[in-house]
Design a protein around this ligand. Sequence first.
Ligand code: URP
Ligand code: ZN
Ligand code: ZN
Ligand code: ZN
Length: 453
Amino acid sequence: MDLIIKNGTIISPTETYIADIAVKDGKIIGIGKGFSEEEATVVDASGKLVLPGAIDVHTHLAMPFGGTVSADSYLAGTRAAACGGVTTVFDYPVQRSGMSILGLINEKKAICEEEACIDYAFHCCITDLNDGAILDEMEKAVEEGITSFKCFFVYKGMMVDDGTFTKLLLRAKEVGAMLNVHAESPAIIDLNIENFLKEGKTSPWYHYLSRPEYVEAEGDIRAVHWTKNLDASLYIVHMANKEGLEAAVEAKREGYDIYVETCPQYLEFTSEVYKREDGRNFVCSPPMKGQESQDALWHAIKTGGIDVVATDHCPFQSYEKDWGKDDFTKIPNGCAGVENLYPYMLSAANEGKITFNKAVELCSTNPAKIFGCSEKGSLTVGKDADIVIYDPEKEFTISVDNMHSDYDHTIWEGVHLKGYPTMTFSRGRLVYKDGAFVGEPGWGKFVKRIGRK
Ligand code: URP
Ligand code: ZN
Ligand code: ZN
Ligand code: ZN
């Protein structure tokens, strides 16, 4: 045995029980009692929770966006992830116009081989079908373990129209892939922005009002409509509004293969943040919404309408956010979160809002199942030893000073959490301990995923 984690309370999506976990060669090889401790590192987890590492299926590392590049490299982002109990990230490389998606993936893989501190996978963002060549490439990508793709309904230069969206839905179904979508309504956003700028309404509050609840809902409802009528599969990223959520949940209830993700920022903050002096730091798309939407998101988390919580980690530096001090349209869209996901959801569990089992299901087990990570997502014999030890008694206040990213501010500054991870193991190797990163760049491996057929 290489590692034995003793006496901890193990959390699965359905069970909570005390046992020891034995690890050899990066895999969980036993759960029970009485393992030989000879030559093993023994960790006493008495009084602690033992959880599968979180899988953050929504990050944007080193992504060219909003006139700059997101502030966390693959190294910094995966280092921060490890320190927040995340043991796998799914990044979103974006195809540049005319580019091969296999080429793009290979480019990113080469960077991650050097930099990634934990395991990684990619959903490939498709912006241009290249006269259909990309539809052919999708099949090859699935064979290589890239079993999900994404398209945007918004952002000039990246967005797809309904025709391309339906082609992608159908092709994804054919090749056994999942299609992810960023759903908002682009024409209405443009119209709103044009009107606000004419009227001199340029504060971050108008970022929210240019893309409020009904603007996101239209995108969701449209995406659900095509998915249902084509009998395809769909994963809606960063859901933040009640009306769109209800359309998706209704379709799920009818038996359609639709999944919904939300993010911690939508569960914690409302659109009121855009009235703050530092409102620009909270500018992301879709924006935080009103209380009614936030209540609906929590309700759906408790009742199964939301399948996954992931972060949309896409930080920018203060000076970049400042570009939009006098014009919200110049603020790069995106916020930090990869290090806050698991601690935030586990703190919600610790405070009784959800169960710990639910937090594990949303942050680890469901993402692994939906996206074909057969080796991950639970503490089970045979799976990767991606393990988090969590101290439910530890008090933690988030600050940019105790985070491990490269950004210089965080929307989470001052947020208080009850309980915090004390150790993270990536395939049996300790990568985080008591506030410090102890892993190494290049340790992370590409996660080759299984398609849906
Ligand atoms: O504002 C955001 N969310 N930025 C990252 C890109 C995206 O839409 O996910
Ligand atoms: Zn998005
Ligand atoms: Zn995103
Ligand atoms: Zn407290």
